[in-house]
Design a protein. Structure first.
Length: 314
């Protein structure tokens, strides 16, 4: 258990430090936004680029990662939608937001540092393979389902499917994570080595990704409040922190993933809800409170559940 504490507690300690820096007024909240921008646009893309460029897949099939992870997401998302719409009597739009809140893990800002610390290089390869399709899959699914919910609720004139996909496609093409992964794949396939000063610079910037990401997410937590949605947010928290990693764990075992790749997928799925849930709520103008509350509660309780999953995985 001491090894689990040494690996997991520092991750959440850095989040707490970031939160305290803003909460006490020592640093301005705007600085956290700037740090997060650096992490998302520079540090993490370079980390993903280096990981894929130097990856050794050792005969593992990437598709098994996608099936295991998104199989768990599909089950959890469905249960979350049913709990929100039937159990809490909310409309279909909140049902979609509930699914996003329970199924959208903070893979970049918390998942990457956690997997790097607990699993190591093999884990980074696995999560990089997941990230190559995670954001497009989750955002397309969330957007399409929300558009469908709005059409059924009659709350907004829906846009055409073609324009919807075009907008998402343009966003993904400009996404720094997608660019970093694509360039890494080019270097990997072409067999271009990272050497000399270039490798030193890439390594140094990539090394900033984990601590900077954790501090920045802590600094951002001040704008996510808990209010008026405690019941449904707690339900989504249970699904996010317990059911999702449990489903992913079972799927990984059934598909025969290696212990390292299984650990990477389960730990990634066990981290708190990602800020994309709030961004989707903000885009469609519904469910801000649910997304905000779930992000805050899962982050507060995540240290305990992530420790449990790390202990279970050995």
């Amino acid at each position: 258990m001491s090894d689990v504490a040494l690996n997991v507690l520092p991750v959440f300690a850095l989040i707490l430090i970031g939160w305290l820096l803003v909460r006490t007024g020592y640093l301005r909240e705007e600085l956290g936004e700037g740090l997060g921008e650096f992490v998302f646009r520079v540090a993490v893309p370079l980390l993903l680029f280096r990981t894929i460029a130097e990856a050794e897949f050792a005969g593992e099939a990437p598709w098994r990662i996608w099936v295991a992870y998104f199989g768990g997401v599909a089950v959890t998302w469905t249960v979350a939608h049913l709990i929100a719409t039937i159990g809490f009597k909310r409309d279909r739009r909140i049902g979609v937001l509930a699914g996003v809140s329970a199924g959208f893990a903070n893979t970049v800002f918390i998942g990457l540092p956690l997997v790097a610390r607990v699993v190591g290089q093999d884990g980074l390869v696995a999560i990089s393979v997941l990230l190559s399709v995670h954001l497009p899959t989750m955002m397309i699914a969330g957007t399409i389902l929300m558009e469908r919910a709005e059409r059924k609720e009659g709350t907004r004139e829906p846009q055409s499917f073609a324009s919807l996909l075009l907008g998402i496609g343009k966003s993904l093409v400009r996404n720094p994570l997608v660019i970093g992964l694509a360039l890494g794949a080019v270097f990997h396939i072409a067999g271009i080595p990272l050497v000399g000063p270039v490798k030193i610079v890439v390594d140094q910037i990539a090394a900033m990704a984990a601590p900077a990401a954790l501090v920045s997410i802590g600094m951002a937590l001040n704008k996510y409040k808990v209010g008026g949605n405690a019941g449904i947010a707690l339900a989504m928290t249970g699904l996010k922190l317990v059911m999702l990693p449990g489903c992913v764990y079972i799927a990984c075992r059934l598909l025969g993933l290696s212990p390292e790749w299984t650990a990477a997928m389960v730990l990634t799925s066990s981290v708190p809800t990602g800020v994309n849930a709030w961004l989707l709520a903000n885009h469609f103008g519904v469910g801000h409170g649910l997304a905000s509350s779930t992000i805050t509660i899962t982050t507060a309780l995540g240290v305990f559940t992530v420790s449990f999953w790390a202990w279970l995985l050995g």
